[in-house]
Write a protein that binds this ligand. Structure first.
Ligand code: GUN
Length: 298
């Protein structure tokens, strides 16, 4: 058997198309564009690529993009002052400060300074708390994107066994909360979990978010399970000076022989993150403007 490929690239493109229509409708009603501010401190190459992509896709969706690129030596106080200005800027509906931040900046302090109503990353403790108790708030983009792919594939998730590998605040913990909210039986596994293959093999849904290349093997997977691979790892180049291959946290070749459906890397979860960020920014814009977003398909 060969697993169906879950095409996140096509799903994300279609989501961005619907967001663009709703963003145009928002502009007509509110008399202004929905606005997303992205703050990058320093020159981390991967972060620069993400931030460029976010800006481009924000504009393509018909929203206003405000980019703030700060020197790596920017003080925490200056960064907090910028966050405060953005919190009070009526043209800014969503604020994202790119992670990781340079070592001299306390990330939790900066995230905590973002207004929870503009926290489109869903990283503020208020939004983490809202997710935990089932209130409306902002949900981190990558796990929400994974949930959209799962529901598109499986319909109701009620009663399914889900194993989330990874316990980060950005992916693992919110993913587990979302799956619990869909009435899955949820296990969170991590680096200290004993007998990980044994835990994974009871799952109907496996979400791998550990950052270890090709760690999850096909013989760990229950036949027919749905596998969501959040990992993006670059292998060492085969030839000197070349670019290494991008792989996920799942050994795709062996897993695809057993799973019912699986996300590829690249082209699976990756493109969903920015599409969901735009979705969260559009939701923020409607809430901030006191307008209803009566479309529960996004
Ligand atoms: N760095 C890697 N992923 C993310 C994300 O989703 N949001 C932010 N702010 N930084 C990141």
């Amino acid at each position: 058997m060969t697993a169906a490929v879950i095409d996140g690239k096509t799903f994300a493109a279609s989501l961005r198309g619907r967001i663009a229509e709703l963003a145009a409708a928002f502009e007509a009603k509110a008399g202004r564009k929905a606005g997303l501010a992205v703050v990058l401190v320093g020159e981390d190459p991967a972060s620069q690529v993400y931030v460029r992509s976010k800006g481009k896709q924000t504009v393509e969706a018909g929203m206003a993009s405000f980019e703030h690129k700060l020197d790596a030596s920017t003080s925490e106080a200056d960064l907090l002052a910028l966050v405060d200005r953005l919190n009070n800027d009526p043209a800014v509906d969503g604020i994202l400060v790119q992670l990781p931040m340079p070592g001299h900046i306390d990330e939790q302090k900066v995230i905590g300074a973002i207004s929870p109503d503009k926290d489109v990353d869903g990283f503020h403790v208020v939004n983490a708390g809202r997710l935990a108790v089932g209130q409306h708030g902002f949900v981190p983009c990558t796990p929400l994107g994974c949930l959209m792919l799962l529901k598109d594939r499986l319909g109701s998730l009620s009663g399914l066994e889900a194993v989330v590998i990874g316990r980060s605040n950005i992916v693992g913990k919110p993913m587990a909360q979302l799956l619990l909210g869909e009435s899955c039986t949820v296990t969170i596994a991590h680096s200290r979990t004993r007998d990980l293959p044994d835990v994974v093999c009871r799952a109907d849904i496996v979400v791998a978010a550990v950052g270890r290349p090709e760690m999850v093997k096909g013989n760990w997977i229950k036949p027919g399970a749905t596998v969501i691979d959040v990992g993006i790892n670059r292998l060492p180049p085969a030839v000197e000076g070349g670019k290494g291959r991008l792989v996920g946290d799942v050994d795709y070749a062996s897993a695809a022989e057993v799973a019912g459906a699986i996300t590829p890397v690249p082209g699976g979860v990756g493109p969903m993150t920015i599409a969901v960020l735009l979705r969260n920014a559009l939701v923020a814009a409607h809430r901030n403007a006191g307008l209803a977003l009566d479309d529960d398909t996004i």
